[in-house]
Write a protein that binds this ligand. Structure first.
Ligand code: MG
Length: 454
């Protein structure tokens, strides 16, 4: 398989105005436009560089003969929703949870799903050969503005939950928009759901003055404090482009993404009398336990939200997700969706009449440990081969969908080379915290052993 030169697992992410300049964006967009044609929607997050890159992208698309609809500043899933329902393709300008100096370009197909590897390669080829289609002056199409899509998106989220039950409960919600694209959706959504809302970082600002856009526990200390001090039912945080939601329970505990995934999976399976769940090989066994209990079936893909989304589309799946809190509701958006994830969790709290901490406590208990270790890109493949050989010799069952996942009696370990950085990631899971820690160290020791040979 030929290697992608620009694209990572989902689009291109670079430092804005260094590699990711207007010239770069325009040529890349023209390359995509040459292959897709038709009406293309464009939107992006709150980064300082988004307008600059967006206008370059619009110019590139128009030059290749596309008609362009500018959706403005809005969450990634809102663009995906719009494309699926109204357009032939879409381009999203976002660097998701990365620091402010980055930005990125994500390309989606007519279903709003990230384009596949072959399409990545085709776009790259036109880009590197500098020969996208350029139409004659009289074939240049129009540019439209569309600013109603956010309202429609919010209303569609609300249709998918029991709004009256949620309204009646009058939940007290602290929402941390992180100055990202969620500023334009989250407060309005929770208001429509009848919540008492307290907002944090709800002013859109590409410098992300309040907190880093990545919703990890260390970055959510203000939110945790507010939830505790105000006696809120739940704290909700989004990443920069509002495709992921992270929850804080009423006691101020940070809820890891895989717990939220399990919680919503349980509700989706209960409500639908079972169904097909799609996730990645790096996700908790809890997902399987719940599927077994509630008439679900689980299939896995390599790590990457667009791979999960595509599989859901191909198989007609019910629900999917990843261990980082990216939940996918395929009847709505073929990608991670923060707004529906947040609304679904509120619905579970209300329907089950339990606090979030109680609901989490009732889920199957596993401990996860994550580590990473540096490793030069050109030796990764060999190192991985040698690790696979060793663990097979040791008699372990393995899954090589993505890196190598090793099943041991006490749990599992997965060793994966990162697609974007010169590192290996190692996750381990077990019923005991101690064992999970030992297992992740064992995984790292395998990588060290073989990378030491070079
Ligand atoms: Mg994101």
């Amino acid at each position: 398989m030929s290697k992608r030169r620009l694209f990572g697992t989902f689009g291109v992410r670079r430092v804005a105005n260094e590699v990711l300049s207007p010239e770069f964006a325009s040529l890349l967009a023209a390359s995509y436009g040459s292959l897709v044609g038709g009406r293309i929607a464009v939107g992006g997050d709150t980064r300082t560089s988004t307008h600059m890159i967006k206008h370059a992208i619009i110019a590139g698309l128009l030059s290749s003969g596309c008609e362009v609809v500018d959706l403005g500043i809005l969450p990634t899933p809102t663009v995906q929703y719009a494309v699926r329902n109204y357009y032939d393709g879409g381009i999203i300008i976002t660097a998701s949870h990365n620091p402010p100096k980055y930005n990125g370009i994500k390309f989606v197909d007519e279903f709003g799903i990230g384009i596949d590897r072959n399409m990545d390669l085709a776009v790259e080829e036109l880009y590197f050969n500098k020969n996208p289609k350029r139409v004659s002056w009289d074939n240049i199409k129009l540019l439209y503005q569309e600013d109603k899509i956010i309202d429609e998106y919010i209303n569609e989220v609300i249709k998918r939950v029991d709004v009256n039950a949620i309204k009646k409960a009058k939940l007290k919600v602290v929402v941390d928009c992180g100055s990202g694209a969620g500023c334009f959706t989250a407060p309005y959504l929770f208001e429509k759901l009848g919540c008492e809302i307290i907002t944090l970082n709800a002013q859109a600002d590409g410098h992300f003055p309040g907190r880093n856009p990545e919703p990890i526990e260390a970055n959510l200390q203000d939110l945790i404090k507010m939830v505790k001090e105000l006696g809120a039912d739940v704290g909700i945080a989004h990443d920069g482009d509002a495709d992921r939601t992270i929850f804080i329970d009423e006691k101020g505990n940070f809820i890891p993404g895989d717990k939220t995934f399990a919680l919503v999976e349980k509700q989706m399976l209960k409500d639908n009398n079972g169904g097909l769940i799609v996730t990645t090989v790096a996700t908790s066994t809890a997902i399987y336990d719940i599927a077994n209990e509630y008439n679900g079936k689980v299939i896995t893909t390599a790590v990457g939200d667009l791979l999960v989304a595509r599989k859901l589309h191909e198989e007609g799946g019910l629900f999917g997700g990843e261990e980082n809190g990216g939940l996918i509701f395929p009847d709505f958006v073929y990608g991670r969706d923060a707004a529906l994830s947040a609304s679904k969790v509120l619905e579970v709290i209300v329907k089950e009449k339990k606090s979030l901490s109680k609901l989490i406590e009732e889920l199957p208990k596993y401990y996860n440990e994550k580590m990473k270790i540096e490793c030069l890109d050109d030796i990764k493949e060999d190192v991985l081969k040698k690790i696979s050989k060793e663990v097979l010799t040791l008699g372990f069952k393995v899954d090589t969908t993505d890196g190598v996942k090793i099943f041991k009696e006490e749990g599992w370990v997965i060793i994966r080379p990162s697609g974007t950085e010169p590192i290996f990631r190692c996750f381990a899971e077990s019923k005991s915290e101690e064992t999970a820690k030992e297992m992740v160290k064992w995984g790292i020791s395998l990588i060290e052993k073989y990378k030491g040979e070079y």
